[in-house]
Design a protein around this ligand. Sequence first.
Ligand SMILES: Nc1ncnc2c1ncn2[C@@H]1O[C@H](COP(=O)(O)OP(=O)(O)OP(=O)(O)O)[C@@H](O)[C@H]1O
Length: 225
Amino acid sequence: MAYIEVKHVSKIYGSGEQVVRANDDINFEVQKGELTIIVGASGAGKSTLLNILGGMDTPTKGDVIINAKNIADDSPKQLTTYRRLSVGFVFQFYNLIPNLTALENVELASQISPDSLDVRTVMEDVGLKNRLNNFPAQLSGGEQQRVAIARAIAKNPDLLLCDEPTGALDYKTGKSILKLLQDFSHKTDKNVIIVTHNGMIKPMADHIIEIGDGQVKDGSVECPS
Ligand SMILES: Nc1ncnc2c1ncn2[C@@H]1O[C@H](COP(=O)(O)OP(=O)(O)OP(=O)(O)O)[C@@H](O)[C@H]1O
């Protein structure tokens, strides 16, 4: 059975003449341990889909089966538990807490998970063992994104969702961030899903899902490993 099954998912915002079909009958499967990227033009519905997968939004219609459980049926309380225990998030602009050090930012997230990883080991894995006591403003963009990734990984989530994680970074720094995400997925057999405009990511993916006008396009491919 696939780790993720998205079946006939639609998300409709507004009503009457103001209706926006952000996702319009989306269907795909993702196998365990895959690094998946979701690509598509601006407004295609990528972030909406990522938010639904992460339990931050609910579909208007359809099933979102993650690890054999349909989160589309979940109550808000169940979704809170799902987000807390099963999902890590990485965003374009890091979203670190400015008055906490890099280490404290990661510790804070690890404290909400009963299955968290050793924070100092995670910081070392992302190449930041010498920057533990720096505040976000003292770190480069790439380093701040490493802290954000460490924060997401330290929770030990089954699913790591990234919305344009390299959007604010130069090519070389972006590539090193992607390698980090790829390593996480392949070494731990966990799922990473990256929403992006960045074509550079395509060769690193195990699975590419192309979205256009709220629908999965035929170009979507499962990449041979
Ligand atoms: N909360 C909302 N209320 C109304 N419309 C929304 C809402 N969220 C998204 N939309 C609309 O849904 C459509 C898809 O938006 P979405 O953010 O998912 O696209 P995207 O592919 O992630 O775009 P981008 O690459 O520019 O971030 C857009 O037309 C957007 O305006």
